[in-house]
Design a protein around this ligand. Structure first.
Ligand SMILES: NC(=O)C1=CN([C@@H]2O[C@H](COP(=O)(O)OP(=O)(O)OC[C@H]3O[C@@H](n4cnc5c(N)ncnc54)[C@H](O)[C@@H]3O)[C@@H](O)[C@H]2O)C=CC1
Ligand SMILES: O=C(O)C(=O)COP(=O)(O)O
Length: 322
């Protein structure tokens, strides 16, 4: 079978091997694919691997050879899974590969917002400590996490892991899940409706997928219902947050800060309002990107292909539509 990777560079910029996947068919790896090349390159393939290349209904209609799609990610919002199902194409994702990486990055953003280690390092090297009248100095307010409340929106693999890390820092944890399952054994944990969570949390961290229904889940109205000075973390998907509303809330001081690994448009436009907003940390969609997590993503994808070839596809996200 022909297997085509449309945008393989971010998964494997050269420090991993494609061998696990190459064993499974005739593999072509493209670093990046844009525009009309999607159909040109994908047209010969029975199996397509995409990370962030969009496979819309229109594109899928032009790929008659296609039998299986494996998304090189957990989030599969780039594929029209209903349109794929209508064509009999199962779509698999890679669940769980980046749980530790994402949870640790979430806490890195939170700790940086609270203690501003990188900012102080910069100030020290600019001479601010050398010129200080005292033996120490700090900029802004230093905050600690103990006793604060972490609100987690989306309680799957990464949300649950962030809950454990927040608990280890002495935080109370509230989680919102559309269908709450078993509660984790943490010191102080409860499920709550979204409205209650956003009203009571000191830190709100997003860990849900982007779906047809939750674009701008965090909008001006929702922000108005949050605690003054609350912190927002988003390592899930950029369009979950209305960036204009968030920028306004940071400028007005309604929110105390934001730590974002994802933006509405990626790469972002240079005039993104969040670039000028105060207390806004932005990383370039790297929460997932440890080498360990990427290797795991490669192996899960290889297994997805293998299982599809055996006639028993796994991790199928449109199974209910097929
Ligand atoms: N920044 C990065 O590098 C990464 C970002 N992600 C994003 O984070 C998302 C979550 O990742 P995981 O926890 O690993 O996925 P997961 O599938 O294990 O968990 C997602 C959870 O969200 C729940 N959910 C679905 N719709 C919801 C809604 N409207 N409101 C609240 N909860 C909802 C689901 O029931 C599920 O429990 C992914 O879908 C992906 O978009 C994932 C990995 C890396
Ligand atoms: O792998 C990616 O592209 C990521 O965005 C990180 O993974 P995710 O899609 O978020 O599972």
């Amino acid at each position: 079978m022909r297997i085509t990777v449309l945008d393989g560079y971010t998964l494997n910029p050269g420090d991993l091997s494609w061998a696990e996947i190459e064993k499974l068919g005739e593999v072509t790896v493209h670093d990046r694919t844009h525009g009309q090349d999607i159909v040109k390159r994908g047209g010969q393939a029975q199996i397509l691997l995409t990370n962030k290349v969009r496979l819309t209904a229109e594109t899928l209609a032009m790929l008659p050879q296609l039998r299986f799609i494996s998304v090189l990610a957990t989030g599969y919002d780039v594929v029209d899974i209903a349109a794929a199902a209508a064509r009999g194409i199962p779509v698999s994702n890679a669940p769980g590969y980046g749980v530790e990486a994402v949870a640790q990055h979430t806490m890195a953003l939170l700790l940086e917002l609270c203690r501003k280690t990188a900012r102080h390092d910069t100030l020290v090297k600019q001479g601010a400590w050398s010129q200080a009248p005292d033996w120490c100095f700090w900029e802004g307010t230093q905050q600690q996490l103990t006793g604060k409340t972490m609100g987690i929106v989306g309680f799957g693999n990464s949300g649950r892991r962030v809950a454990v890390l927040a608990d280890a820092f002495g935080m109370d944890v509230i989680a919102y899940a559309p269908r709450p399952k078993e509660a984790p054994a943490l010191r102080n944990f409860r499920f709550a409706p979204l409205e209650e969570l956003t009203a009571q949390a000191d830190v709100i961290s997003l860990h849900c997928p982007l779906t047809a229904d939750n674009r701008h889940l965090i909008n001006a109205q929702r922000i108005a219902s949050m605690k003054d000075g609350a912190l927002l973390l988003n390592t899930a998907r950029g369009p979950l947050v209305d960036e204009t509303a968030l920028a306004q809330a940071l400028v007005s001081g309604k929110l105390g800060g934001a730590g974002l690994d994802v933006l509405e448009t990626e790469p972002p436009l240079p005039d993104n309002p969040l670039f000028r907003a105060p207390n806004c940390l932005i990383t370039p969609h790297i929460a997932w990107a440890t080498q360990t997590a990427r290797q795991s993503l490669m192996s899960i994808t290889a297994r997805n292909i293998e299982m599809f070839k055996h006639g028993t596809p796994q991790n199928v996200v449109n199974a209910h539509m097929l």
